[in-house]
Design a protein. Structure first.
Length: 396
């Protein structure tokens, strides 16, 4: 019967998901036991998202888009890639015609950027994608092959960071999914939150437990408290992985730039009294929650980005801070208004959808203010187009 195949496929998919969930949970339980009954949340988040073949991002490619768990800016369209291409073209001209995208998701941004860069006469000689997920690599290849088959030969996938690179590195919503430490400021001191196993009825569930933070984390937490004026009780994240990742690139970039887009705040806003429970969020089927210990591997886990910590790490590692702005200011500076005006004339039928997507990209109530763009580089002397005007719209 014609309907049997989809039903069988769905049943197989569900069985596979159930088995993967069991295996991931067994791995987490084993690490909790090996740690004496306690596992740092940072390690838990790493396993839940990236455990090979089992974690949320390592297991399949169903996260992105309208039918997945969340929608990123490239999936919206709305002129995002066209505006971003303007900045990429300038940076390539100032460094080298090479491009690396870290965490390319569905491949939509790669495909759209190649289209827009070709239109600008600024195609990179090589568009490299750095992604840990084998299934996502397959989806990216399919997306690019369908959108720009004549440019597929320019694209390659990397298994590791290059030893040296001249050109442009892009990371869109990559930093927010890097593991974070979860800290609790209490009257009795600074504690790190971790994951334990708890007996509930006839099953073992995952729960929270706190222990005194190790010296490096405690010192960092006390410095944050002094700078931000936060008072106990307060729970929030400290990201070590994202600044370390950026510092690693500082040893790789010869002449070029990193362009990073994500949601977050500078430190003085990140550790605000109104955020006394932190920024940790989970995403599943377009619903947000604050339950990261529920069904590990089945939902995205993210934390907002501390852009002050990034700036400190990048500059401390020898990179120059080339710009910092809200996403709205950056896209306006890169000519999104003009791009939309041209599209209204050239594609009137598609204009309503394009305008609606652009509104989400730019609106302060949507992505315009919460999302920021930050650029680091070496050997780049020119002022970047995306940060020429309205630079004071976001301050570190």
């Amino acid at each position: 019967m014609p309907t049997d195949r989809p039903l069988r496929s769905l049943a197989n998919e569900q069985a596979s998901d159930a088995l993967r969930a069991q295996q991931l949970r067994a791995l987490i339980d084993a690490e909790i036991d090996a740690g004496g009954g306690w596992l740092s949340f940072c390690r838990y988040m790493e396993l839940a998202l990236y455990a090979p073949g089992l974690g949320y991002y390592a297991a399949d490619d169903r996260q992105f888009g309208a039918g997945g768990d969340f929608v990123t800016a490239p999936e919206l369209g709305g002129g995002f890639a066209a505006a971003l291409a303007v900045q990429v073209a300038q940076l390539q001209a100032l460094s080298a015609p090479q491009l690396i995208e870290a965490g390319a998701g569905s491949g939509r941004l790669a495909a759209d950027l190649l289209v827009e860069l070709e239109a600008l006469g600024a195609l990179p000689e090589r568009y490299a994608i750095l992604d840990l997920s084998g299934s996502l690599r397959q989806r990216q290849q399919a997306t690019i092959a369908a959108r720009v088959p004549h440019l597929l030969e320019r694209v390659l996938w990397l298994d590791r960071l290059p030893e040296r690179f001249d050109g442009v590195v892009i990371g869109n919503e990559v930093l927010d999914a890097m593991p974070v430490h979860l800290l609790a400021w209490r009257d009795a001191g600074v504690f790190e939150r971790g994951v334990v196993r708890e007996r509930a009825a006839d099953a073992w569930t995952l729960g929270w437990a706190e222990r005194p933070a190790a010296a490096p984390l405690r010192q960092r937490a006390l410095a944050i408290a002094a700078d931000s004026g936060l008072t106990p009780p307060y729970i929030s994240e400290i990201a070590l992985a994202a600044p370390a990742w950026l510092a690693t690139w500082a040893g790789i970039i010869g002449r070029g730039a990193l362009l990073l887009l994500d949601y977050g705040f500078p430190q003085h806003e990140y550790y605000h009294p109104q955020r006394a429970t932190g920024t940790l969020m989970c995403h599943r089927r377009h619903l947000a929650s604050d339950t990261p210990l529920l069904d590990p591997g089945s939902q995205d886990i993210t934390a907002h980005v501390d852009f002050s910590a990034l700036a400190e790490a990048g500059c401390g590692a020898g990179l120059s801070l080339l710009g910092y702005a809200t996403q709205a200011a950056f896209l306006f500076n890169c000519g999104l208004t003009e791009i939309l005006a041209r599209a209204q004339t050239s594609n009137p039928a598609g204009w309503p959808a394009l305008a609606s997507a652009a509104q989400k990209l730019l609106s302060p109530a949507e992505m315009g203010e919460l999302f920021k763009v930050i650029a680091f580089g070496r050997g780049i002397d020119a002022r970047l187009l995306g940060f020429v005007r309205n630079e004071r719209s976001a301050t570190l």
